[in-house]
Design a protein around this ligand. Structure first.
Ligand SMILES: Cc1ncc(COP(=O)(O)O)c(C=O)c1O
Length: 475
């Protein structure tokens, strides 16, 4: 059996792709033929792929050039390959082979999107980020190219500590900042650290991201839901819940859009101080408040009992893939260790770019620009609903990238979402965010309007589709 990778070191005019093939047995050309056929069928060689020159492949496989030429000729005759004299050999187009199946008739794939928690990726500051990245890379000391600091690049931790103190009132020292590859990464690490310290249960809000609850459970912790009302999560129940930690979105509950009331903030801090409990403050969109200054971070009330978590996903883009935690110092080693054990790496160069973006205040300017962008979208949502859906109400703070569209009695959110799907709009009802095992609350039905998601040219169409869908379901 002869195995090789046809690689680009082979001497040839066209060195060729890197391809693992096996040519076995006595009829070498036959064996090569079937290896190539198999590679086309299983998709390793998609149509349009240029194959290595016969001389190159022969040298790589240690077989005669004739055997390769014979195999190519046979496969060309069978229509698997396409040989152009003097130019090379390509995998032929084989209609019907690699084209994905069309969706069943009657269910248009959604082209419009108003799901919650998704930012408009078209407003990413492309040119500024590219320039910053280039400068950060050029200025990076050689140390920056070695194995990274497991807490995150020091310049980014410094920059975040300054920014979060200035903008969100967080009590932050660079030493207490840990950078992660997104909120989910940090949540998983925190849960691992909690479990290893003996914690078994963590309280969550009755409504939130299913994925976050899954991450918690995947780390071996049990989730205990707290009811959510107009004052946020009912943290008064923490004492009897058996939970020693709680995950909350206090500035802007996701997705109901309310803020944790001042009384509950105090009661939460009291619970943490008296019981030694830990609060995970998910400040996912704390920079986006439109009617007044955002309420300051909860962490400032009890830095020893609160982990403040933030992300670049809304203020820049999910593709930046960076989030941060400001943690009580005693937790930092376990958080770092959990990151190392998860096997994840660090994007040091991206982190240096974010540090430069923050210290040059481009980050502030970008947030201000996005605030205007989303503020005006929210205004349009409110106006459109007031004009066309008299029985409905927009609720939630004037903040973030989503609000709730409260439906009149008798209108079911599943019907509105199904109607929206018929308009090609992806829309989710409030119950899609409900924690497992919690019952529906007294007839409250609503859909989440994630006005952040659509590209600018699709926003109006998406909003119109949502409003039409709700109107079509009115009693
Ligand atoms: C409530 C909430 N928390 C956290 C995040 C996540 O951030 P990341 O994009 O860093 O995973 C989101 C993003 O949608 C969110 O809606």
């Amino acid at each position: 059996m002869r195995q090789t990778r046809a690689n680009s070191d082979a001497p040839s005019r066209y060195p060729g792709i890197d391809l693992h093939l096996e040519a076995a047995g006595t009829r070498v050309s036959r064996s090569l033929e079937s290896a190539l056929r198999e590679a086309v069928v299983d998709g390793r060689l998609p149509s349009g792929t240029r194959l290595p020159a016969s001389r190159t492949l022969a040298a790589d496989l240690g077989i005669s050039r004739n055997s390769v030429a014979e195999a190519y000729t046979q496969l060309t005759a069978e229509g698997w390959l396409d040989a152009r004299v003097g130019a090379g050999t390509w995998v032929a187009d084989r209609p019907g082979r690699s084209t994905p199946a069309a969706p069943p008739a009657g269910t248009p794939a959604p082209v419009l999107d108003l799901r919650g928690g998704i930012p408009d990726s078209s407003v990413f500051p492309h040119a500024e980020w590219t320039a910053t990245m280039r400068r950060a890379l050029a200025a990076a000391p050689s140390d920056a190219f070695g194995y990274p600091d497991p807490r995150g690049a020091p310049p980014l931790r410094e920059a975040l500590a300054g920014y979060l103190a200035r903008v969100r009132g967080v009590r932050a020292r660079a030493d207490d900042v840990v950078v992660g590859a997104g909120f989910g990464d940090l949540l998983a690490r925190l849960c691992r650290a909690l479990r290893e310290s003996g914690v078994q249960r963590i309280a969550v809000e009755e409504f939130g991201h299913r994925r976050h609850r899954e991450i918690i459970r995947d780390q071996g912790l049990e989730t205990v839901p707290l009811p959510v009302d107009a004052g946020g999560a009912d943290v008064g129940l923490l004492g009897s819940s058996g939970a020693r930690a709680v995950l909350l979105t206090p500035a802007h509950q996701f997705p109901t859009g309310v803020a944790l009331s001042p009384e509950r903030r105090l009661s939460l801090v009291r619970w943490a101080g008296e019981s030694g409990g830990l609060v995970l403050e998910d400040d996912y969109d704390g920079e986006f408040r439109y009617d007044r200054r955002a309420v300051g971070a909860l962490q400032a009330l009890a830095p020893e009992h609160v982990v403040h978590l933030g992300t670049a996903s809304k203020s820049l883009a999910p593709a930046v893939g960076l989030a941060w935690a400001v943690a009580p110092g005693r937790l930092v080693p376990a958080l770092v260790r959990a990151g190392e054990l998860s096997g994840g790496g660090q994007d040091t160069l991206g982190q240096l770019a974010l540090a430069a973006f923050l210290t040059s205040h481009r980050y502030d300017r970008n947030v201000r620009r996005l605030r205007e962008h989303y503020r005006s979208r929210r205004r349009e949502v409110v106006e459109e609903v007031a004009a066309r859906l008299p029985g409905c109400r927009v609720s939630g703070l004037a903040a973030g990238l989503h609000c709730l569209l409260e439906l009149p009695e008798g209108v079911h959110e599943e019907d509105v979402c199904a109607e929206a799907a018929g308009h090609g709009l992806a829309l989710e009802g409030l119950s899609a965010f409900r924690a497992e095992g919690t019952g529906p609350d007294g007839g409250r039905t609503a859909v989440v309007l994630g006005y952040g998601a659509p590209r600018p040219h699709l926003f109006r169409a998406a909003l119109a589709a949502a409003v039409d869908s709700a109107a079509a379901c009115a009693p």
